[in-house]
Write a protein that binds this ligand. Structure first.
Ligand code: B12
Ligand code: SF4
Length: 537
């Protein structure tokens, strides 16, 4: 082929017949979370191109020692023409309890402990975590390279596409790790795969090709392609995914179902609203219920609505009510479900439906109990409304555990705002009962492409070009584990004391210590934001 006849790098000739295409979806190793991303992708491709042959291979269900050999076997057997790698998470050592111990405790012991032995313990724990973090990162990179090489033996022209949650967040950094020619995709991948299989130019999709094109400036902020979502066809999924039943064995397992996509809010630390976009797409309630029914018939009773937000704003309350009512009408009365829910968007009717349909886990992600700070973090919450809605939820019969997320010290925290958070927390305890309200204390991990990252640039905390994946380096980790001075050392000390005094009830102990040291504000003070507008940083 002469140079001028070469197709542009993002226009790939498709095979003569689509039935010659063989798409292999490899979900990279991951804690057992249902691989809903590749399930939806393959379902979509099947609906558009019923002749294309597909196979799902989930390394999340394979023992670690067998990863490489199992991947080889699968590739030799299936001989893919398109290799789709899905990478879900990288930041498993986020500042909450994780796989390899408690990363927050390790980090705080290392950074803030005065006792040298405790400092050393933190350093050793941190070192172990850094080592296993790097091992996992390199292992996944190695699996991608190995898969590509193996597939090239059978099909030299095989294309490699890499996407998924981790890739959406770290797409810029992963370009330096992945083989030349890999297509790196941000956000949903349905439209990209369609174009790839049609042999169309895909340069306008949210993606780039390693070594051939560069990610466009603000690529992640581009709006996702519109998509009509219908119920996933699980009969078909069972055909192309022999290990599907692995996820059906454990009765406690939560299977993912998406009911909508996108979040219109701007919370300063959040990347969901960037990855999924600000435009909310509602998946039709009948389709969501039809999908759940298929899983229900296979014995699934626990569902996780994977939406960035189940009720992103008040105008979506009707949609949530419609869905829950249809679940009741479909007779799925013995299920449980969980989701991320903004507690400011509830109505008494919705609360009733939530309880009736078995919502058994509820997280109130307010971050702070100070209205002033909630506003500064651009979260758009009204804490007074949240309290009222919690009362409605309790009145509707909700009696399960409520987890309330507090991330101290995000922006402009002071002793006054801490006192307000304590007052707010005690008010929640009055509603649900102290034993039912669990304060989940964590520190915000700074993520790329968020307002908080911009704030860190503006305040000289981070320099442009820093590597967000370098969390094995203590000086980078310290900045990304967001706990800036002047209050950083104070919180470090309080948390260390809490772990020492009551490690099994860390959150409540932190609240007790804070109240002991600082006292509690008047609730009205917590609910009233200062007149100053949200931080315009
Ligand atoms: C719901 C959710 C959860 C739920 C999952 C419940 C369940 N049973 O499914 C819960 C709360 C349990 C959870 C936990 C965690 N999560 Co989470 N979670 C999410 C969330 C909000 C949605 C994920 C989802 O299922 N979306 C719906 C499905 C359909 O989309 P998808 O899987 O992303 O797949 C689509 C695209 O990614 C793309 N795609 C996927 N693969 C591929 C491959 C190719 C080649 C292409 C082209 C496209 C493509 O197309 C798919 C279909 O449209 C995302 C944030 C977000 N808004 O995306 C974070 C997210 C995935 N989670 C993340 C993390 C880190 C975690 C934790 C590790 C946190 C922690 N430290 O404890 C844990 C543990 C997970 C584990 N493996 O054990 C990160 C991962 C990236 C990273 N930073 O490393 C994300 C992106 C959030 C973030 N802040 O960065 N999570
Ligand atoms: S409401 Fe939730 S999903 Fe939406 S921007 Fe805020 S934290 Fe992110």
């Amino acid at each position: 082929m002469t140079a001028q006849l070469m197709p542009p790098p993002t226009l790939i000739p498709r095979r003569d017949r689509l039935s010659d295409e063989r798409v292999l979806y490899v979900r990279l190793p991951c804690n057992p979370i249902f691989p809903i991303g590749v399930v939806y992708l393959s379902d979509h491709v099947h609906k558009v191109f019923p002749d294309v042959q597909q196979r799902i291979f989930d390394l999340g269900a394979v023992p670690p020692l067998d990863f490489g050999a199992a991947l080889d076997r699968c590739i030799d057997e299936f001989r893919p023409t398109l290799l789709v790698f899905s990478w879900r998470d990288i930041q498993i050592y986020a500042p909450v309890g994780g796989r390899g111990g408690n990363p927050l405790q390790n980090a705080f012991e290392f950074y803030y402990a005065r006792n040298p032995l405790i400092k050393l313990r933190g350093a050793i724990g941190g070192f172990r975590m850094a080592a296993s973090y790097l091992t996992e990162l390199w292992r996944n990179e190695g699996l991608i390279r190995r898969g590509l090489k193996r597939a090239q033996r059978h099909c030299p022209a095989v294309r490699l596409v890499v996407g998924g949650g981790a890739v959406s967040v770290f797409y810029e950094q992963l370009g330096k790790m992945l083989p030349k020619g890999s297509i790196i995709s941000v956000g949903e991948g349905e439209a990209l795969l369609e174009k790839l299989l049609r042999g169309q130019d895909f340069s306008d999709e949210r993606c780039y090709v390693v070594g051939e094109t560069k990610p466009r400036d603000r690529l992640i902020h581009e709006q996702p392609a519109p998509l009509e979502k219908s119920a996933c066809n699980y009969d078909y999924i069972a055909e192309i995914w022999p290990e599907f039943s692995y996820y059906l064995q454990d009765q406690d397992f939560y299977v993912g179902v998406q009911t909508k996509r996108g979040c219109p809010h701007n919370c300063c630390y959040c990347i969901y609203t960037v990855v999924e976009g600000k435009q909310v797409r509602i998946n039709p309630a009948d389709e969501v219920v039809a999908e759940m029914q298929q899983l229900y018939r296979r014995g699934v009773r626990n569902f996780w609505f994977t939406d960035a937000q189940f009720i992103p704003a008040r105008k979506f309350i009707d949609d949530a009510e419609e869905l829950l009512q249809k679940i009741v009408d479909a007779g799925m009365t013995d299920i449980h479900w969980a989701a991320y829910i903004r507690a400011d968007n509830l109505t008494p009717r919705l609360c009733k439906l939530m309880v009736q349909t078995g919502m058994n886990y509820f997280e109130i992600g307010i971050t702070s109990g100070s209205q002033e700070l909630v506003r500064k973090m651009r979260m758009g919450y009204n804490l007074r409304t949240v309290l009222q809605n919690c009362r409605d939820l309790k009145a509707a019969g909700f009696n399960s555990l409520v987890s309330v997320n507090y991330s101290f010290n995000v922006i402009d925290e002071t002793f006054d705002t801490i006192r307000q958070t304590i007052a707010y927390h005690r008010a929640l305890e009055e509603i649900f009962g102290a034993d039912k309200v669990e304060p989940a204390i964590f520190f915000i991990g700074l993520q790329p492409h968020t307002h908080l990252e911009q704030y860190a640039f503006d305040h000289g905390i981070l320099k442009k070009g820093y590597d967000p994946l370098a969390i094995h380096l203590p000086w980078v980790a310290k900045k990304l584990l967001w706990n800036p001075e002047p209050l950083g050392s104070f919180f470090g000390e309080v948390c260390l004391q809490a772990w020492q005094q009551n490690p099994n009830d860390f959150g409540r102990e932190v609240m007790r210590i804070l109240e002991q040291r600082l006292g509690r504000a008047d609730l009205e003070e917590a609910l009233t934001a200062a007149i100053a507008p949200a931080t315009q940083r």
